[in-house]
Write a protein that binds this ligand. Structure first.
Ligand code: 5AD
Ligand code: SF4
Length: 480
């Protein structure tokens, strides 16, 4: 009983012993889609549900409740989830008591369709309402439709210890902030995840220490825009200049937080995602350069290589500004791996503007990129202001050109590691061959090498002998 109350410190869920006996036999199956933040949120959901006796299962057949943690970023992501819901409803015809719920961004965007119009699911819960899940589950079990999509100005789930799902026991996510205030015109996230708020640094450090004690060797600090992390005692994001003297005194920005997490232990690698070109400071780069255990890798989406398109996207920077940030990275952290996100065929994009995207890629030569066709999202600023006027065939052609160029650059970047030795944190067996181990080097490139006596969680020096665009292949270097 103590444990259950303790894990729900907000006191929102109080159970009687008899309820616990009944609930403890229950199982929940959670499937996550989309960004790393969603995968991290599912671990918070698992923790909240474990507090009321739900064990997570990987076997959908034995689940009493199934949750899909969903993504709305592109139309295709939503279609995939809708398809999955119809498949899951077949389980319901076998087990009438099965509860099916939608969590995350689609819950926020499509509550009415999912619950009322199409009656596809029993529970709909938005990203800031997971603490309410135990109540919503009991409502659903009583046959009532349950919904909570309230967005919060405060919620960071800072006090909840995530239950690690599908974990390799080596690497874990730590969410450091929620929401986004940026309002990029193409993006649905500010509508589905609400306003930006930062999590108390002490709770972040506690989580990192706890992971280290459990044997984890790497943490990735997560946020939609980690560079604008600013703790000032709680609540919505504020500009540093608008803080009171008291708030300034206790404030912690991202550069400071990164240093604090790196100090937890030199044996704990630190990564972070996602950076924003308009907010990424030299201070962050200097902190990265000064700690060996902060990985030399930055994911810095550029979206377009043309300043006019960037303006229409409301990204808050120009092509020149982006390239200046790249110069700063290369100067302060010469060996840094850089990856990006890019969108092909945004509203009004001309051939010349698309060529600017290609030329920016040529200038930077990213090690990796997530590449997308523009997908118009309902209610976004772009949908209200601009026409989605680039024909599908043109979007496709532009995307293909971007992908082809990126393949060339990924290969180029991989080749830079040939005949060099990298430190690799082993994460598990190689997917292709059980006699090989797989891990990542500091620059986030996958490295595989023969297993010998090495094990997941070990740091191994690997001499790189061969490579593909995405993988380095080598041999462990014996160390005395
Ligand atoms: N269409 C295509 N790509 C998008 N992204 C965000 N919104 C859209 C959209 N409407 C991409 C951006 C962002 C990444 C997470 O998804 O590149 O950085
Ligand atoms: Fe979306 Fe822009 Fe916020 Fe990223 S920074 S989540 S693209 S609004």
């Amino acid at each position: 009983m103590d444990k259950i109350i303790d894990e729900n410190r907000q006191g929102e869920v109080l159970m009687m012993d008899s309820d616990i006996a009944e609930a403890s036999s229950k199982k929940v199956y959670i499937e996550s889609y989309g960004c790393q933040m969603n995968f991290s949120d599912s671990e918070i959901v698992a923790s909240i549900l474990s507090g009321v006796g739900y064990e997570t299962t990987r076997n959908i057949e034995e689940a009493n409740a199934i949750f899909l943690n969903t993504c709305s970023i592109r139309d295709k992501a939503e279609k995939t989830v809708r398809q999955r819901i119809s498949t899951l409803r077949k389980h319901k015809s076998r087990n009438g008591e099965l509860v099916i719920g939608v969590l995350g961004c689609m819950a926020e965007r499509m509550k009415h369709q999912l619950l009322e119009e199409e009656k596809l699911v029993d529970i709909v819960v938005g990203p800031d309402a997971y603490r309410d899940l135990p109540n919503l589950l009991s409502e659903a079990e009583d046959g009532r439709k349950a919904v909570n999509v309230l967005l919060s100005k405060e919620e960071t789930y800072g006090d909840i210890t995530p239950v690690r799902l599908d974990s390799n026991g080596v690497s874990a996510f730590i969410s450091i902030m929620r929401g986004c205030d940026n309002m990029c015109t193409f993006c649905v996230v500010p509508f589905t995840r609400g306003r930006e708020r930062s999590r108390n640094p002490e709770s972040i450090l506690d989580e990192a220490r706890m992971l280290l004690n459990k044997g984890y060797k790497e943490v990735t600090l997560l946020g939609q825009n980690v560079d604008s992390y600013l703790w000032h005692g709680g609540g919505l994001k504020k500009e540093f200049s608008k803080l009171s003297e008291e708030e300034k005194k206790q404030s912690v920005n991202f550069a400071q937080l990164l240093g604090m997490v790196a100090e937890v232990s030199p044996k704990l690698r630190v990564r972070f995602s996602t950076s924003h070109p308009k907010d990424m400071t030299d201070d962050v780069l200097k902190v990265m350069a000064s700690y060996d255990n902060i990985c030399k890798y930055i994911h810095l989406p550029f979206q377009s290589g043309n300043s006019e398109v960037l303006e229409r996207m409301n990204r808050g920077y120009s092509r020149e500004w982006y390239l200046d940030r790249i110069r700063a990275i290369n100067q302060i952290i010469p060996e840094c791996g850089i990856s990006a996100d890019v969108i092909a065929g945004f509203c009004g994009e001309t051939d010349a503007q698309h060529n600017d995207t290609l030329s920016l890629m040529e200038e930077v030569r990213f090690s990796f990129a997530y590449m997308f066709k523009y997908s118009e999202r309902p209610k976004t600023l772009a949908q209200r202001r601009f026409e989605d006027d680039i024909p599908e065939s043109v979007k496709q052609k532009r995307l293909a050109e971007i992908i082809e160029l990126q393949m060339k650059h990924s290969k180029f970047r991989s080749e830079q590691f040939l005949h060099k030795t990298c430190e690799v944190l082993v994460e598990g067996n190689s997917k292709k061959d059980d006699s090989f181990l797989s891990g990542r080097n500091s620059q986030n490139t996958t490295v595989v090498f023969p297993k010998e006596h090495y094990k997941p969680g070990e740091y191994v020096q690997v001499f790189i002998e061969k490579c593909t665009a995405t993988t380095l292949i080598g041999k462990a270097v014996k160390q005395d």
